[in-house]
Design a protein around this ligand. Structure first.
Ligand code: TRP
Length: 327
């Protein structure tokens, strides 16, 4: 069975874009792959959160993933910092990666211009991500469009290491979700839905109350021509609503469009469909967040399983590169 690995930063509440664009696929992959999923708390250190916030968000991310349908009996769910082989392997890879290569990462270029003193961790972030992937011999990596370049780097580093030191790593392939990254902000339908701080009305949180969901859908920006048809280029707001309805009900957006003549009716039905889709998540989230011990036990079990695989990969890579094995 091919192994899949993906990671999510504990950077705040999950929104509809995370769920429909990525997590639903993670859930489905549990039955098709040997699935490993990690909460990448070491990557989140580049966000410079207060320590108590980082801790709370990491726990919260685990609760959200379980609520979304990850099942510890069908996948390995763990916290990145619980498996010390990630940063150990990252160091070996850093010693094969070049400054030029990392300087070309567009995410680094973007984010570093927004920091006054640019941290080294932000620069080496993609190498740690490569280590996350290569430690597990993951053949498939579900990522959004924004992470494609990082995945390309992971492939390049794997190939380089294999050529130089002998066959050690599996070269991973990106799996971009069918609906990948296509959930748009309800207020600014030409940009991707992202954190609610940037656009409180445009972002539906997975844990929003039914009333909040209905209000945000009702206020979603459309257009004034009043004609219901699927046209992402000219009618991005409406197309986003049709895409969401399609995703929530398993139809094609063109077919959804054929069923409506008025925006208001579509919005009312969409609100109801989203509320129903998210209801079980909200309920499971409440149950998990009230049972700290259970969530910690899942993470402990996941880390143990993950570590078995990652430690073997690390030992092989360390040996190949010439580090003297501990006696
Ligand atoms: N960089 C990814 C993001 O911000 C998160 C991530 C870290 C990841 N390690 C990973 C994704 C390994 C896939 C595989 O979205």
């Amino acid at each position: 069975m091919i192994r899949v690995l993906s990671g999510i930063q504990p950077s705040g509440e999950l929104h509809l874009g995370n769920y429909v664009g990525a997590l639903r696929q993670w859930v489905a992959f549990q039955d098709e792959y040997d699935a490993f999923y990690c909460v990448v708390d070491l990557h989140a250190l580049t966000l410079e959160l207060a320590p108590e916030d980082l801790r709370a968000r990491t726990f919260d991310a685990a609760c959200s993933l379980l609520a979304a349908g990850l099942d510890p009996d069908r996948c390995t769910l763990f916290c990145q910092s619980h498996v010390p082989e990630h940063p150990r392997l990252a160091w070996l890879l850093e010693c094969t990666a070049t400054m030029g290569e990392l300087n070309r990462m567009t995410q680094f270029k973007d984010k570093s211009t927004r920091q006054e003193a640019v941290r080294v961790g932000l620069f080496t972030y993609p190498v740690l991500m490569a280590a996350d992937i290569l430690a597990y011999h993951a053949g498939a990596v579900p990522v959004g469009d924004d992470q494609r370049q990082h995945l390309e780097l992971a492939r390049e580093l794997a190939q380089r290491f294999n050529n130089r030191y002998g066959e050690t790593f599996t070269v991973p392939e990106a799996v971009v979700p069918a609906f990948g990254g296509r959930v748009m902000d309800l207020q600014h339908p030409r940009r991707k839905m992202s954190k609610s701080v940037d656009s409180p009305l445009g972002t539906v949180q997975v844990l929003d109350s039914p009333q909040e969901i209905a209000r945000k859908v009702r206020k979603a920006v459309t257009d004034t021509d009043g004609d219901v048809r699927y046209d992402p280029g000219d009618k991005p707001g409406l197309a986003n609503l049709l895409d969401l309805m399609a995703a929530a009900t398993g139809q094609r957006p063109e077919d959804v469009a054929g069923k409506y003549t008025r925006y208001g009716d579509l919005k009312a039905d969409l609100a109801e469909a989203l509320v129903e889709m998210l209801r079980p998540l909200r309920e499971r989230y409440d149950a998990y967040s009230a049972d700290r011990g259970a969530v910690e036990a899942v993470l402990a079990g996941g880390a143990e399983r993950a570590r078995e695989v990652a430690a073997a990969t690390y030992a092989r890579a360390a040996g190949a590169i010439g580090l003297l094995p501990p006696a």
